[in-house]
Design a binder for this molecule. Sequence first.
Ligand code: KG4
Ligand code: ZN
Length: 351
Amino acid sequence: MTDLSGGPLVLGLESSCDETGVAIIRGRELLANEVASSVDLHVRFGGVVPEVASRAHLSALIPTIERAAEKAGVELKDVDAIAVTAGPGLMGALVVGLSSAKALAAYLGKPLYGVNHLVGHVAVDLLDHGELPTPAVALLVSGGHTSLLHVEDIATKITEIGATIDDAAGEAYDKVARILGLSYPGGPIIDKIAQEGDPKAIRFPRGLTARHDMEKHRYDFSFSGLKTAVARWVEQRKLDGEEIPVADVAASFQEAVCDVLTSKTVAAAQEYGVGTILLGGGVAANSRLRTLLEERANAVGIELRRPRPALCTDNGAMIAAVASELIAAGVAPSSLDISAQSGLPVSTISV
Ligand code: KG4
Ligand code: ZN
């Protein structure tokens, strides 16, 4: 058992996509978590525009750091370490956060931890629920990634056992929202509208679940066929001059996504013999995914851990949380000349 009470005071900066996140934690205790989103600037483009996101980070970062320090009631000179997302993510956006973190670390004379954004989505749960029983299986579902992970040690050993072979789950939500004429980001809107619809109204395909696919892609996912099936179904209705039952389409699409995600995750947990499943990433905020995974995990005696919805989407707390675990495990800090890595693999926990 690692006791992190009274642990290090860590400042975490996140800037990999469209949220500028700044948090301050002590050990595993969350003191402040401030997020400035540039999502409104991207809405009319239907997705994140990298250059717009970088500029927004640049103007939001310092005021967001000031707000977080004020909320936490600490001065920056008192932090023990500075954590920052080193990757994966949008290159320009990452560079804004990383350069700021390096400047702060150099000026304040504090150690820098360049950490993996994806590991942050998993580690943030430790702020809500304490130490993770390991080994565990983690389902990581975000706008850019969908992976199944075998977590032996959150600070030192994470192995990817499966991943999407095409679109990420969040990407599928965003694309289907677009098909249905809903705004960006699509996940939260579909989640809400689906509650009014019938999940059994339309039987959409469950990617990579047929027997021959399972042989090669047991723990992998595919969502592009599902997105196409939704597009075709909607197109046909329009050709037939019929109205689109948006809530039924949203609920049926969501059921297909959640059915595959949860069945493969529970199977992986059983086959790897773990007692705990951890859910993380922006799509982990989805109400149906949270309930269905809990039902299916509990039915076979496996515990589900999932962070509160507000900590599922991008934030600075997840980045600080990784650094806290790295410090507790005695992992050395990063050098001040590390580079941002837009394609950083999930198995590289820190750089
Ligand atoms: O992890 P995240 O905040 O950013 C990335 O690292 O990509 O994930 C963003 C993704 C978006 O695709 C968004 O539509 C999806 O998470 N998302 C949701 C929900 N809230 C956010 N998807 C389904 N249901 C939600 N409630
Ligand atoms: Zn993310």
